[in-house]
Design a protein around this ligand. Structure first.
Ligand code: DGL
Length: 283
């Protein structure tokens, strides 16, 4: 692999469209950066899967992104960060990774009622990362957790406000409101797409924390520190790949990301390798 330079793309991945909430923040803060994005719709949701399997998928995706020139990797998925971030840093010691960390710290610092709701998938709650964040930062604050079963799938369908999506969120948030939460931490990158609905349910006085802007800032700091930041100006191209239905994912981009793009399909070859189907053109 030739060494990466500033014109190389940022690699971003998620189990599906969730990472687009992080990509949106990257595009806002660093529009000049080219990006290569992979959504593993063929395996979504990651949340209920064993951590070992999510680690294998994350390794395969990282190899694909690096083989295609990624200069840093943003693991835009809490479940994959919980399952694989430490392993990825050990396996690819020359690569800089940015991962998702549940925003318990800012929540615990700002809560006035001392009760905070955390929405995430089971993989995130099971991982050592969440336990360590709670141990270091919860600081006596009561954390109420909910896995919002089915919410990731609703968002993958593009249903951000229909009755089934609303019911999942009401079932999670009403008991939390009854216990006086004043802050909600979104520890799944799919969930920022339903912030308007969450805010409608919890009311304007409850603060909802989307970690994406902080993650984009961290990616920017890393690029600058590694002299890999592209000079400001112009608009970098985004290449999208999915292991699922490419035309459906493509149809969601304007709604979720706010821009169009072309999504190409990839296929899994076992749990650790991705391949691109190349069309043979004969002359
Ligand atoms: N977007 C993901 C996360 O941040 C994963 C959701 C899932 O696939 O279960 O955890």
């Amino acid at each position: 692999m030739p060494p990466a330079n500033s014109n190389n793309p940022i690699g971003v991945f998620d189990s599906g469209v969730g990472g687009l909430s992080v990509l949106r923040a990257i595009r806002e803060q660093m529009p000049e950066e080219p990006v290569i994005y992979f959504g593993d719709q063929g395996h979504v949701p990651y949340g209920p899967r064993p951590l070992q399997q999510v680690r294998d998928f994350s390794e395969g995706i990282t190899r694909f992104l690096l083989n295609n020139g990624a200069k840093i990797i943003v693991v835009a998925c809490n479940a994959a960060s919980a399952a694989a971030l430490t392993y990825l840093r050990q396996t690819f010691p020359d690569v800089s990774f940015v991962g998702m960390e549940p925003a318990v710290k800012p929540a615990a610092e700002h809560t006035e009622t001392g009760v905070v709701g955390v929405l995430a998938t089971p993989a995130t709650f099971q991982g050592a990362l969440y336990a360590s964040v709670v141990e270091r930062f919860a600081n006596g604050v009561e954390l109420l957790q909910d896995t919002c079963v089915g919410l990731v799938q609703q968002i993958e369908k593009g249903d951000l406000s229909g009755p089934a999506t609303r019911k999942i969120l009401e079932d999670a948030l009403h008991p939390m409101l009854a216990k006086n939460i004043d802050t909600v931490v979104l520890a799944c990158t799919h969930y920022p797409f339903v912030i308007p609905l969450i805010q409608e349910i919890v009311g304007e006085k409850v603060r909802v924390i989307d970690p994406a802007p902080a993650v984009a800032r961290q990616a920017k700091r890393l690029l600058e520190a590694n002299r890999l930041k592209r000079p400001v100006g112009g608009r970098g191209k985004v290449q999208f790949f999915t292991s699922g239905d490419a035309s459906f994912v493509q149809s969601l981009l304007p709604k979720l990301l706010g821009e169009d793009g072309v999504v190409k399909p990839l296929h899994w070859d076992g749990d650790k390798a991705l391949r691109e189907d190349r069309i043979q053109i004969s002359d």
